[in-house]
Write a protein that binds this ligand. Structure first.
Ligand SMILES: [Ca+2]
Length: 188
């Protein structure tokens, strides 16, 4: 509970300063600005993480071949060499726990050419209580010199067998530029 409170304070602080890059990370009214070529996400009006409250995004599949499904945010401007905070709340429900859930950033240049995707180690702890909201956050450095735009990708990883649903719910997704300038580019 203490961690949730701290997170809530930080989110409120960032919201007040207008520094959040994603236009709709709280899903308070809808899931606008998020899309996916692989699944149809749904808006959950009656559930949400404690910080922003009701309104969250959910998607699922039961094509259990070990593949993954995802939903993307809109493209937002980022600055090469800077550090970013990547955070979200997540939840999985009894009877439809996915094989895994994670979050990553897709990086693009000025022309919207894809230039990279990482971090790949941002897998959530799936050994916590079901039917409860949990928090994940991580620092990510923009180490690609041409990466001036980015989008957040929310992942649900499917089981490799069986017919169970893999259902993941996300809320309070944050991409935020930290004040730390890193300037440590790939290959340098
Ligand atoms: Ca919410």
């Amino acid at each position: 509970m203490k961690k949730i409170c701290v997170c809530g304070m930080l989110l409120c602080s960032w919201l007040a300063q207008g520094q959040l890059l994603l236009s709709n990370g709280t899903f308070d009214q809808n899931i606008n600005d998020w899309q996916s070529p692989s699944v149809v996400p749904t808006w959950v009006a009656s559930d949400g993480a404690p910080t922003s409250g009701n309104g969250s995004i959910e998607f699922s599949d039961n094509f259990n071949n070990g593949s993954s499904i995802y939903v993307d945010s809109e493209l937002v401007p980022v600055t090469p060499g800077y550090r970013y905070v990547l955070a979200t709340s997540y939840k999985y429900m009894t009877g439809s726990v996915p094989n895994g859930m994670s979050i990553s950033i897709e990086w693009f240049d000025d022309q919207e050419n894809f230039v990279g995707s990482y971090p790949w180690d941002a897998y959530f702890n799936m050994w916590q209580n079901t039917d409860q909201w949990h928090h994940f956050d991580q620092h990510v450095e923009n180490i690609i010199p041409d990466a001036t735009q980015a989008r957040v990708r929310l992942w649900v990883h499917q089981h490799s067998q069986g017919s169970d649903d893999n259902r993941g719910r996300f809320d309070d997704v944050i991409l935020f530029q930290d004040t730390v300038f890193v300037a440590k580019f790939e290959g340098q």
